[in-house]
Design a protein around this ligand. Sequence first.
Ligand SMILES: [Zn+2]
Length: 148
Amino acid sequence: MSDTNFSDYDYDLDADEIAALAFEQTQRKCPYCGAPTRTRRARDIYHNQNARGKLLVCSRFPVCDSYVGIHANGAPKGTLADKPLRRARMTAHAAFDPLWQSERMSRSEAYAWLAKALGLPPERTHIGLFTTEQCAAVVQACALWDFA
Ligand SMILES: [Zn+2]
C-alpha cells in the first residue's frame, strides 16, 4: 500500500488529531542523521524503571542521541532533539513556564504573548519545535518579566 492510499483512513479524527498525524509523518526520519525513527519505552532510553511513557527515538540511538517525548495520544511533543537542544528546550521552559504558573496570565495568554515576542505564528509557537537559537530568544524575552 502506498502512502497516498487513504482508503483505511479514520475520518472520525478531529482537526487536531489530523494535524498530529500529519506531524507524525514528518517525524519518520531522524533530523540529524536521516535514519528511521522508532517508538520506544522511555524507561529503556533513560535506564530508569520509573520512567513512564514513550519516546520517538532515532533507530541509531545511542550512537545518534536524538529523541523526543510522545503524548499519551501518540503525537510527538515536538521535533527530535539531540542533547544540546534538549537542554536548550528545558532552559526555555524553565524561563517561560513561570509566566503562566504564577497566575499572572493563563497558559494560552502566555503562549500568545510568546508568539508576539518572537514574531512567530501561534501554531509554530511550541518550545518542542524550537531551535537552540529560538530557545535562547525565549530566555531573553522572558527576562523582561520580574517574578520576584
Ligand atoms: Zn539520528
